[in-house]
Design a protein around this ligand. Structure first.
Ligand code: DX5
Ligand code: ZN
Length: 221
């Protein structure tokens, strides 16, 4: 198993008390914060924009991982990069020119990732992998927190890890997003996921306790 990083999805935080929820994430010892950007077009929900990333940035040292679930991502990547994102992913289904999109993210010295919906063929991103620092495999359909984990993720994740390792891309991380809980995180980590996002699984109940339980599950393998 590769070392796991835990990323709470702020989508499940209390937006009226965002700073206090970020402090809770820090004291629980998470590794990064996951920021879900939705435009009401690529996905049927609207969430946050660069202004919020800009507001959060001075409040924490934790890296900000910005997941763009928006059409025409190239138009907004500069704004998110300048607002202080550390890593940015755009969906393969949302850009006609994936290579250009990834190069654009990298040009701001940010970690670049491609996000992939649950049944989009992995082949559609194989040729892009060498331009990525990470690949975000969705394990729910993007748009909402609190959905059920789609179990075919596990096979896809193993297949992608094998592809990356066989092609000299061991350094490219796999990120998993959607439906991760204490009771399935071990099998997800065993399948090769390293950046593990959880929203309702961490913010539902006691965040600190959930972080420790997830870490324990991963350590036991
Ligand atoms: C879904 C988002 C996820 C979501 C995860 O569109 O990209 O990051 O917030 O939430 P849970 O862990 O509750 O499925
Ligand atoms: Zn996300």
């Amino acid at each position: 198993m590769r070392p796991v990083k835990l990323l709470p999805s702020l989508l499940s935080s209390d937006f009226a008390n965002l700073e206090s929820d970020i402090r809770k994430c820090e004291s629980a010892g998470v590794d990064m914060l996951h920021v879900d950007v939705m435009d009401g077009h690529f996905v049927p929900n609207i969430t946050i924009g660069p202004l919020i990333v800009d507001a959060i940035r001075p409040k924490t040292e934790l890296p900000l991982d910005v997941h763009l679930m928006i059409s025409d991502p190239d138009k907004y990547i500069p704004a998110f990069a300048e607002a202080g994102a550390d890593s940015i992913s755009a969906h393969v289904e949302a850009t006609a020119h994936l290579h250009r999109t990834l190069q654009l993210i990298s040009s701001f010295d940010k970690q670049a990732g491609v996000a992939v919906n649950p049944v989009t063929p992995l082949e559609s991103i194989f040729d892009a992998a060498e331009y990525c620092d990470f690949i975000l495999l969705m394990s729910v359909n993007p748009g909402f927190g609190g959905q059920k984990f789609i179990s075919s993720f596990l096979k896809r994740c193993e297949r992608l890890r094998t592809f990356l390792d066989d092609n000299g891309l061991e350094h490219v991380a796999i990120e998993v997003d959607g439906g991760v809980k204490v009771n399935n995180i071990a099998e997800i980590a065993n399948a090769g996921a390293e950046w593990i996002v959880s929203g309702s699984g961490l913010f539902g109940g006691d965040l600190n306790e959930n972080v420790q339980l997830m870490r324990k599950e991963c350590a036991q393998g």
